[in-house]
Design a protein around this ligand. Structure first.
Ligand SMILES: [Fe+2]
Ligand SMILES: [Fe+2]
Length: 303
């Protein structure tokens, strides 16, 4: 009988994620003593398998968000918050194809055409997603081009910078971990999350193009599955780097979302109006259109 694959990656000074092909995942605290032999102290060197690789990747995201679990903002979504989320969605997707192509050409130089081909395919699939966010803003009566030209939400800036830097590295494999983190979280959104956003939009307005395509209903679910299979096929050293970056990106994402979501409605409105140099049509009504239920995670995100 073939042995099931076990994979592990050290993600913090003393925590490793261990995942079995059977689906078991756990966080292992390294013993740190020479007396006790620790099987997970040395980096893994074996092959990957989809069943264990997904455990490492999702384990990394869970660990990243666990740090802020108690402080995780869950405000009732409003139209103002949604506009800010769409601006963030624009900024996290506008440079994605160019960045991914840059990383792809580096992998071609490095003699890794299979990684280059995967990244080029991703670049093609992500092309035009920034325009979905702009269309949504326009549908809401907001001059999207002017707004995004003048405003990058503070919590989104570190994410954009991280992705730019990762794709420009000499060995840019980490960009796959970043993308996985954002796509995996987007793919958690379900039909009812989209319905809730529709409910706060003005009657007859469809401003959920970006959200739909970055949810379980759109292409994200497929992107996630394809990425898991691809990462599982990589050598151990690459899988380790991808998982470590998934963890680092989830820390940035968690902090960034919290930073934006903890802002008051008045503060968000002030930032938007300052960037636009004019009043928004929602200034006085958005507080009336709050959800009755607790809202989903951030309304929009992209990579
Ligand atoms: Fe996208
Ligand atoms: Fe995607």
């Amino acid at each position: 009988m073939e042995r099931l694959v076990t994979e592990w990656v050290n993600v913090t000074r003393d925590i490793s994620i261990v995942a079995r092909e059977s689906g078991e995942v756990w966080f292992h605290t390294l013993s740190g003593t020479k007396e006790i032999a620790d099987p997970f102290e040395a980096p893994m060197t074996g092959v990957g398998a989809a069943g264990s690789t997904v455990g490492l990747l999702d384990g990394a995201i869970n660990l990243g968000f666990a740090g802020i679990e108690k402080r995780l903002a869950r405000p009732d979504p409003t139209i103002i918050g949604y506009i800010v989320a769409l601006v963030g969605a624009y900024h996290t997707s506008v440079d994605t194809p160019r960045n991914l192509r840059r990383a792809a050409s580096r992998f071609n130089e490095l003699g890794r055409p299979e990684v280059a081909a995967y990244l080029e395919e991703r670049a093609r699939e992500e092309t035009g997603h920034d325009r979905l966010a702009l269309k949504d803003l326009r549908a809401l009566g907001v001059p999207g081009e002017r707004l995004v030209a003048n405003f990058v939400p503070e919590g989104i800036k570190p994410l954009c910078k991280r992705f730019d830097n990762l794709c420009a590295e000499d060995y840019p494999i980490g960009c796959i971990g970043y993308s996985y983190c954002l796509e995996r979280i987007a793919a958690l959104k379900q039909e009812d999350d989209i319905a809730k956003v529709r409910a706060i939009c003005p009657d007859g307005v469809d401003a959920t193009r970006f959200l739909r395509s970055h949810s379980s209903l759109g292409s994200e679910a497929n992107h996630v599955t394809e990425t898991i299979d691809f990462v599982a096929s990589l050598p151990a050293k690459d899988r380790i780097k991808v998982v470590q970056e998934t963890y680092q990106s989830s820390l940035l994402l968690a902090e960034g979302y919290n930073h934006e979501l903890l802002k008051s409605e008045a503060k968000m409105l002030e930032e938007l109006q300052q960037a636009l140099g004019e009043e928004l049509p929602y200034g006085h009504t958005s507080s009336l259109s709050r959800f009755q239920e607790r809202g989903p995670q951030p309304a929009a995100c992209a990579k």
